[in-house]
Design a protein around this ligand. Structure first.
Ligand SMILES: Cc1ncc(C[n+]2csc(CCOP(=O)(O)OP(=O)(O)O)c2C)c(N)n1
Ligand SMILES: [Mg+2]
Length: 248
């Protein structure tokens, strides 16, 4: 018999998650709780989160959380980690938060090789505010601010923040997805490695996770998962980009 224990950190009643049906953030939340507990760092963890639906990841998640305005989570996390180096400091940020409105903060935290771990939840859209175009929106994707489809000529190609960070002197960088059990398992492995980099004092780590937003993509949850595999991954390839401070 497989025993599937709910992580101790997740204390919410099942109906109070806040997320839409089929949103990937529930899976990511579960993975985050599992990795913190499996690495036995759940007592030391402090989280900083941005504006947007990523806030739902923190709901009834039993660690201390600080809410930072758009994109400023890496700056706040820097302060917390420098003041309390024994803590494990993470950020949970959306693509609008991390790539658009607060774009510079994550880059400079990476340039400084701060010993923090960034979890970058990329659903290719401003989820919470009703599905506006983000720098991560794919060409031709219809959003509320690109009703004819995103024009690369006017708005650029999808921004590859994770690749940009991977050329900096950082400890660990990877991109995962959660569209099937095998990818969920791999993503969990990346999250673990990123946190281990911080435990071992190696420096900055980041894991981007491609996540579905069926509500704003106007798709069923199943179709949204298929879209990630067939449409999003070709732009955003999966895998590790930096391990052990650039040895990969
Ligand atoms: C300083 C500030 N600017 C803008 C907003 C409006 N706002 C709230 S959530 C959001 C979009 C967030 O998108 P993303 O980071 O991708 O998160 P998601 O909801 O998709 O998880 C915006 C623009 C705000 N709340 N605060
Ligand atoms: Mg988003």
């Amino acid at each position: 018999m497989v025993v599937c224990k709910t992580p101790r950190l997740l204390i919410e009643p099942s109906l109070a998650t806040g997320i839409c049906p089929g949103c990937g953030y529930g899976i990511i939340k579960r993975l985050l709780a599992e990795v913190l507990e499996e690495l036995v760092i759940d007592e030391e963890a402090i989280g900083v989160y941005g504006i947007g639906c990523t806030g739902y990841v923190t709901r009834h998640f039993d660690i201390d959380w600080l809410w930072a305005q758009h994109g400023r989570a890496p700056a706040s996390a820097t302060a917390i980690k420098r003041l309390q180096p024994e803590k494990i400091v993470i950020t949970v940020q959306g693509d609008g938060d991390l790539c658009a409105i607060g774009c510079s903060e994550v880059i400079h935290a990476a340039v400084r090789n701060e010993k923090i771990t960034v979890f970058f939840l990329n659903n290719g859209i401003y989820g919470m505010t009703g599905g506006q175009m983000a720098p991560t929106t794919l060409p031709d994707q219809i959003t509320t601010t690109s009703p004819q489809g995103k024009s690369p000529e006017l708005a650029g190609m999808p921004m590859k923040m994770t690749e940009m960070i991977s050329v900096l002197p950082v400890a660990y960088v990877a991109r995962g997805a959660i569209y099937n059990p095998a990818e969920i398992r791999k993503t969990k492995g990346y999250m673990k490695q990123a946190l281990e980099a911080q435990v071992n004092n190696e420096g900055f780590s980041l894991v981007e996770i491609l996540s579905p937003c069926p509500t704003n993509w106007h798709m069923t949850p199943v179709k949204a998962m298929e879209r990630i595999k067939n449409k999003v991954v070709p732009y955003y390839p999966l895998g590790e980009m930096v391990t052990k401070g650039g040895e990969s």
